[in-house]
Design a protein around this ligand. Structure first.
Ligand code: PMP
Length: 348
């Protein structure tokens, strides 16, 4: 080992789902939307010549559009390069105490990676046997709370009253609610941001808005919270939001009809697919997302994962305690899901 390596910040990085190079894969492994972005986004002519200029460092066009959509002030919105960037900024900004932050043992697997990266102590209260978050686990003293609602990879959503209960017991720390999947059936905590100035609600364009490739995420909260986050961001990189993201992101927000139709299609396919796999013996957790978390008594998740892969259908398998017999299956088009269902029937 070279001497300089002793000073390297070492981390075990987050491992994203595979992005296969082959063309004919049915891709149900990374919770993307199977439908394209709004035709209005696709039709927006972007003048490439403009790229010689720096983008608006404040991403005003996009921020104003998001604020208007949610009926809040622009000063209550923070935008970033996907919600991963927004969440990382929030961890860096708000979790700066000696006390442990709290998030569930089974949740989005980036939270512990950021905690490790930024040297934030953390504890992971266990979900109960039905994979529900137990609010009382978050009543103790802590350095901050992070809840994905709906949770991932379980897909389970809790009502706003549950989030408010956690907030009532955590008024001295920042509470982050990651709502990456809320548009598919969850209840948002957004109405609480005016009553709790320590609540940060995080959203993404990657799932319900079919724009994972563009990388847009945002956070909403009190003006004070947003100001603190912006100060950290502008101390790190002024130009996180590129020009196409700002213009096309704003365009997507304008087409609410397309957004609602696409989400409704995914939800309809999810409910159909859930019923069908239950008929062949799968146990499926209640999902308020664009994926389902399912397991089978007779055949291991790993075996199904391998067989699906051999048949060019990619789903997600987590080799982790408690969830290693589950598969997380993104809801694709009805046709994708019919193909996968046929394969599952053959396997079983
Ligand atoms: N939060 C959760 C719970 C997620 O599952 C994901 C997707 N991997 C993200 C945040 C990040 O999504 P993005 O960076 O594409 O907005």
């Amino acid at each position: 080992m070279s001497a300089w390596e002793a000073n390297v910040r070492r981390v075990d990085p987050y491992v994203p789902g595979e992005q296969p190079k082959e063309k004919d894969i049915i891709k149900l492994n990374t919770n993307e939307n199977p439908y394209p972005p709004s035709p209005k986004v696709l039709a927006k002519a972007f003048e490439l010549e403009k790229l010689r200029l720096y983008p608006d460092d404040k991403a005003t066009l996009l921020v104003d559009e998001i604020a208007g959509y949610h009926g809040i002030k622009s000063s209550q919105v923070f935008v970033g390069v996907g919600s991963d960037d927004v969440l990382a900024m929030a961890f860096m900004t708000f979790f700066n105490s000696e006390k442990s932050i709290l998030f569930p043992d089974i949740t989005y697997s980036f939270y512990d990676v950021w905690a490790e990266l930024f040297g934030i102590p953390y504890e992971r209260p266990a979900l109960d046997d039905s994979f529900n978050i137990n609010a009382e686990d978050y009543y103790k003293e802590n350095g901050g709370v992070v809840i994905a609602n709906p949770n991932a990879p379980t897909g389970i959503a809790r009502p706003i009253s549950f989030i408010e209960d956690i907030l009532k017991h955590n008024q001295d720390v920042v509470v982050i609610v990651d709502e990456a999947y809320v548009d598919f059936g969850g209840e948002s905590a957004l109405p609480l941001i005016d009553s709790y100035d320590n609540l940060l609600v995080v959203r993404t364009f990657s799932k319900s808005r079919s724009m994972a490739g563009l990388r847009i995420g945002y956070a909403m909260g009190s003006e004070k919270l947003i100001k603190y986050m912006s100060d950290v961001k502008f101390s790190y990189n002024s130009y996180t939001m590129n020009m196409p993201s700002i213009i096309l992101g704003a365009e997507s927000i304008k087409d609410d009809k397309y957004f609602k139709e696409t989400v409704a299609k995914v939800v309809k396919t999810r409910e159909w697919f859930k019923t069908e796999v239950e008929k062949i013996g799968f146990k499926v957790l209640p999902s308020a997302t664009n994926f389902i978390f399912m397991s089978h008594d007779k055949i291991s998740a790993k075996e199904i994962f391998d067989k699906a892969r051999a048949n060019k259908i990619f789903v997600r398998y987590f080799n982790k305690p408690r969830i290693d017999n589950y598969l997380r299956v993104t809801i694709g088009t009805r046709k994708d899901m019919e193909t996968f269902l046929e394969l599952l029937k053959n396997i079983i």
